[in-house]
Write a protein that binds this ligand. Sequence first.
Ligand code: ATP
Ligand code: MG
Length: 234
Amino acid sequence: MLIVKDLNVYYGAIHALKSLSFEVNEGEIVTLIGANGAGKTTTLHAISGLLKATSGSITLYDKNLNTTMADKIVGLGLAQVPEGRRVFSKMSVYENLIMGAYTRNDTKADIQVDIEKMYQRFPRLKERYKQTAGTMSGGEQQMLAIARALMSKPKILLMDEPSMGLAPILVDEIFSIIKDTNDAGTTILLVEQNAHKALNIADRAYVLETGKIIISGNANELLNDDRVRQAYLG
Ligand SMILES: Nc1ncnc2c1ncn2[C@@H]1O[C@H](COP(=O)(O)OP(=O)(O)OP(=O)(O)O)[C@@H](O)[C@H]1O
Ligand SMILES: [Mg+2]
């Protein structure tokens, strides 16, 4: 479904991604794990079109994403939940959800049906639909960021450290939402520092170190891999 091949990204003299190649198959949860600065966010930004790769190719269903603008990429069925739970902070919860659907051609009624679905999945958002997004708690904003991305009805969802900074109970909730979203048919590329939890819900995984993939395999194989255990599972 998504194929990344020989991707190179430079920030000036910094070679952030070094001939990165990996793929995500339809229906999978694939996780990309790695330490701070490994290049995880850079990888997601290159895929979603927020930054331009120096060389290499990114294809989604045979469409070349390198030459596609970020807003068109959303229209192709790819959405990203950015790092740091970014929401439109001055807009209400409801307006954020509407914004999530901006690339859809559906009627207002269809979009309203999906907003109701989000309210069912995230009851707190329903309770607070009028609240200014920026005044929601960190966990609530993360729920909103996920719900907003889902409003574009993505075929593949890219998530950048969705559990970061959340209390353990909320972390568990986020991971179960990711699992449910995948069970409902959305393919997921998940970037996480919480390698243990990510490997527990993923089908396959790639370990990124200073811009290179150093280990890849089935998630349960990696859970038992000594190198992964030492470096990422504490
Ligand atoms: N805009 C930028 N300008 C210069 N260097 C950058 C820029 N963005 C990222 N980098 C560098 O590229 C490397 C990869 O950064 P990236 O944000 O992709 O890492 P990450 O794996 O997401 O880390 P973290 O877990 O801390 O979020 C880092 O060395 C970082 O300093
Ligand atoms: Mg990052």
